[in-house]
Ligand binder design. Structure first.
Ligand SMILES: Nc1ncnc2c1ncn2[C@@H]1O[C@H](COP(=O)(O)OP(=O)(O)OP(=O)(O)O)[C@@H](O)[C@H]1O
Length: 267
């Protein structure tokens, strides 16, 4: 699996919306990285630049020794919405991950190779859903559907996995389950994985490394021990406002998305 490298990457939307501001970092192979930051900080843009859906205005993004140019089929994506085909089984949905490797005709005819089928079953096993392989997506829980989404990404045989708020719409227990399986898959396959998350406590449990993004800049780069509550305050509320997270009465530290960034201060 390749190293990821951002070198002085800037992304400006339209005339003057600076989503990424001269961002540089390197992620070694197999690392499980979590992006933290308020709404509008630039996390999704970072993921989109990595899978080639968005082109940087300046700078270079490399996966391995190749510069990212255009959409990549070797990146496994997991989204907040699972985008499963509800009428298909878990197995059928996982198999769609093989589409990018097969011809359109073969795919339309449902002619999947034995290797693809085996891959799909192994991927479902990895996310703990082998017994549910024959169950239709429409009858699965939100957490199970997200795990099928992870299986589908694994069947793609990706070089890296990017997950954009994969547990945002789940309750805390289901969210932990999904993250546990995502981490397990990444560890078993030594997959470099980058996930954006708003649930701070869940993030701390699973991340090897955290990048704190604010106003398009990486203002924190460290592990769970470095990620103190003061650092979290700085990432989510900036240098001016503090104490919001440290005083969180619920103890869940699920970061509200209605931060200053929403009010347009980051644009
Ligand atoms: N397609 C686009 N066109 C114009 N501006 C955009 C576009 N996509 C994002 N932006 C702007 O770029 C900035 C960064 O947005 P981005 O979606 O990357 O943030 P984010 O950290 O992922 O936020 P969230 O947590 O809400 O998903 C914001 O100011 C946003 O409004």
């Amino acid at each position: 699996m390749p190293t990821i490298e951002f070198e002085n990457v800037t992304k400006i939307y339209g005339e003057d919306t600076v989503a990424l501001d001269d961002v540089s970092f390197t992620i070694p192979e197999g690392e499980f990285v979590i992006l933290l930051g308020p709404s509008g900080a630039g996390k999704s843009t970072m993921l989109r630049v990595l899978n080639g859906l968005t082109e940087p205005t300046e700078g270079t993004v490399r996966v391995g020794d190749q510069e990212v140019q255009g959409n990549r089929s070797d990146v496994g994506m997991v989204f907040q919405e699972h985008y499963l085909i509800e009428s298909k089984t878990a197995f059928g949905n996982a198999l769609t991950g093989a589409l990018s490797r097969n011809s359109l005709l073969r795919s339309m005819l449902g002619m999947h190779s034995e290797a693809d089928k085996l891959n799909a079953l192994e991927a479902l096993d990895t996310v703990g859903l082998l017994d549910e392989a024959g169950q239709r997506a429409e009858s699965m829980s939100g957490g199970q559907k997200q795990r099928v989404g992870i299986a589908r990404a694994l069947v793609q045989e990706p070089q890296l996995v990017l997950a954009d708020e994969p547990v945002a719409s789940l309750d805390p227990k289901a969210a932990r389950d999904v993250m546990r399986y995502l981490k397990k898959a990444a560890t078993e396959e030594n997959l470099t994985t980058i996930t954006s998350l708003h649930q701070v406590n869940i993030a701390r449990e699973f991340g090897d490394r955290f990048l704190g993004i604010r106003d398009g800049e990486v203002i924190f780069d460290g592990d769970a021990d470095d990620l103190t509550m003061e650092e979290m305050d700085r990432i989510y509320y900036g240098d001016d406002v503090s104490g919001e997270l440290t005083n969180d009465p619920t103890g869940t530290n699920t970061v509200p998305t209605h931060t200053a960034a929403d009010a347009g201060e980051s644009a």
